[in-house]
Ligand binder design. Structure first.
Ligand SMILES: Cc1cc2nc3c(=O)[nH]c(=O)nc-3n(C[C@H](O)[C@H](O)[C@H](O)COP(=O)(O)O)c2cc1C
Length: 186
């Protein structure tokens, strides 16, 4: 069974998860920047990881294109997000965030997981420093803050690393279950 892990990562957390996952499930790995969305016929399992930036996914258009192209091709699709908030208390918000960016008909085609990433303000690009400053100002004035908002305020200006490879286990289990079910049918 051929497996591929695709990652959209700017500061490395999504890529680190992708590397670990690819090792665990014996998959190929590639950055979303380098993938041709029309050339994935060879893969039975496709996992797409994306960092969250201002409530958006990295390369959401390309993710959409991949799902659209292959949704009827009998493949197993998994999407995972990587953000700063703890997904345990925030799953619905994160699910909605993803579903808002991808058309409904594609959302039924993948399993969705959420992982935690990292932030080091000293390493952010100027553009991202400005974005975070503006985000902070906006959040400060919001009456009803989301859990994500609270984490952005709490971690503003600091170095935090919540990357935890153990949280990949549900994804590994899902891929293994799919592979076992296919092997049983043969
Ligand atoms: C400009 C900027 C905006 C961000 N926006 C969000 C956000 O809306 N929600 C969130 O959970 N995390 C947000 N983050 C945190 C990133 O999702 C986190 O750093 C993650 O590790 C990014 O993945 P990467 O390291 O693979 O690029 C933001 C980070 C930056 C720098």
């Amino acid at each position: 069974m051929n497996k591929l892990v695709i990652y959209g990562s700017i500061y490395g957390a999504t890529k680190d998860y992708a590397n670990e996952l690819a090792n665990s499930i014996d998959a190929n790995i590639v950055s979303i920047k380098d993938i041709d969305a029309n050339d994935l016929d060879a893969f039975d399992v496709i996992v797409i990881g994306s960092g969250i930036y201002a409530s958006g996914l990295v390369a959401s258009k390309k993710i959409h294109k991949i799902l659209k192209n292959y949704k009827d091709k009998n493949k197993k699709f998994i999407v995972y997000t990587v953000g700063i908030a703890d997904p345990k208390n925030n799953a619905k918000h994160l699910h909605d965030l993803v579903y808002k960016q991808l058309p409904k008909e594609e959302c039924a085609t993948f399993e969705l997981f959420h992982l935690r990433g990292c932030l080091d303000y000293s390493k952010l690009s100027l553009k991202h420093k400005i974005m975070m400053f503006m985000l902070k100002q906006m959040i400060k004035h919001k009456k009803q803050k989301t859990i994500e908002d609270e984490y952005i305020l709490k971690t503003y200006g600091s170095v935090v690393n919540f990357v935890d490879f153990d949280t990949l286990k549900p994804i590994v289990d899902s891929v293994n279950a799919f592979e076992n079910s296919k092997n049983e049918k043969v």
